[in-house]
Design a protein around this ligand. Sequence first.
Ligand SMILES: Nc1ncnc2c1ncn2[C@@H]1O[C@H](COP(=O)(O)OP(=O)(O)OP(=O)(O)O)[C@@H](O)[C@H]1O
Length: 252
Amino acid sequence: MVAIETFNLTKDFGKFRAVDGLNLKVEEGEIYGFLGPNGAGKTTTIRMLTGTMRPTFGEIRILGLDMKKSELEIKKMIGVAPEEPKIYPYLKGHEFLSFVCEIYGLDKNQANSRIRELCEAFSVDYLDKLILEMSHGMKQKLILISVLMRKPKVIFLDEPTVGLDAKSARILKMLLLKYSQEGCTIFMTTHIMEIAEKMCQRIGIINSGRLIAEGTMEQLRLLSKTTQGSLEDIFLKLTSSEDNILQIVKEL
Ligand SMILES: Nc1ncnc2c1ncn2[C@@H]1O[C@H](COP(=O)(O)OP(=O)(O)OP(=O)(O)O)[C@@H](O)[C@H]1O
């Protein structure tokens, strides 16, 4: 089954087109990496795919459901860890997790045991703190736990490893691989090419709102005519940043 599908997905901010005619197709169980330079349109795309921003035009289907008709149903099935989570600053960590359990109608005992396991895995021992008092990485882990404890069918992650210490980042990567083997679909953005190269079965590259390349590492290699080299080399070639870099460094 196709987990995420878009048709001509477009977002304008006034006269500026941030996302331009995006056609995506991500299969169930796939880990899809969505890469692009700063300001390329990744977060805007994730916002539309998760129902927090309305497209200017175009269509979105998640697990076969149309976002326009079934927004609430879709929201129940997906999990989102945004780049800059806006969560209630005056809730304590455990209050936030209970709140999430309540809105999704999770079984309390089951959820509590998942929370305990995840807290142990991510070394979260600060659920008594107010969110206001948490560092970026601490908040990031709390959000990840609130998503992972639900085991949603489709998970959207915007820069999930930013702010995480090395151990937590490693655990997250291993958990995501495990979840995908169990059928969960993962759509993630990252600027860390190594993560995308190691984890993602397919990669889409967006530049100035347009999908300029898509495929497995091998397909991207062919497309960019890069016989050897890393995803970073391929990415820089496809986004035409390579020559630029040499020039910039030369002039510094
Ligand atoms: N609410 C908004 N109003 C106006 N312009 C916006 C808005 N949100 C995003 N943009 C613009 O849309 C473009 C895409 O932004 P977006 O946040 O999607 O990029 P991104 O690929 O996630 O970038 P980064 O890698 O830096 O996080 C940028 O030019 C940004 O300034």
